[in-house]
Design a protein around this ligand. Structure first.
Ligand SMILES: [Zn+2]
Length: 148
């Protein structure tokens, strides 16, 4: 049978438990805040947050939390091939190419080249029409151009 405890004894125990929890939590927080590079595997690619594109601090990307990049497996959106987006390529994309931090690999290299080709051709097709429109707008009366 449990011994009866007074409210005062109980309160002392509760406060001690609360203090233990608080200390454990602050130790945990310190461990989390310590440079992730320490926990990072031998040949890791660390993240340099200063070089990333600005992002919403309420939605910090995984790799920023982690502090280093890891190879990511993905399936190509177009041909379905399995691919790996390497840590080094991720660093290049986010820190050097200025890629958006919420973007990720979605096409294999050949499909990416094809997509780029497709876009270039579409642009070349639409460019003459666009130029005509600009010329028409420039040639129109001032009253017409201020309307839009
Ligand atoms: Zn593909």
């Amino acid at each position: 049978m449990k011994a009866f405890k007074s409210g005062k004894q109980r309160r002392v125990e509760l406060l001690a438990a609360r203090e233990r929890r608080r200390q454990r939590r602050s130790r945990q927080a310190k461990a989390d805040a310590s440079p992730a590079v320490k926990r990072c595997p031998a040949a890791c690619v660390p993240v340099d947050p200063a070089r990333l594109q600005p992002y919403n601090s309420y939605d910090v990307p995984d790799f920023v939390w982690r502090g280093y990049y890891v190879d990511l497996a993905f399936r190509c959106r177009d041909c379905g091939a399995e691919g790996v987006w390497t840590a080094e390529r991720q660093r290049w994309w986010y820190e050097l190419a200025g890629g958006d931090v919420y973007t990720t690999a979605c096409r294999c290299a050949p499909c990416r080249a094809k997509a780029r080709q497709r876009k270039t051709e579409a642009r070349q097709r639409s460019l003459p029409g666009w130029l005509d429109k600009q010329a028409a707008r420039a040639g129109s009366s001032p009253a017409m151009s201020t309307r839009c």
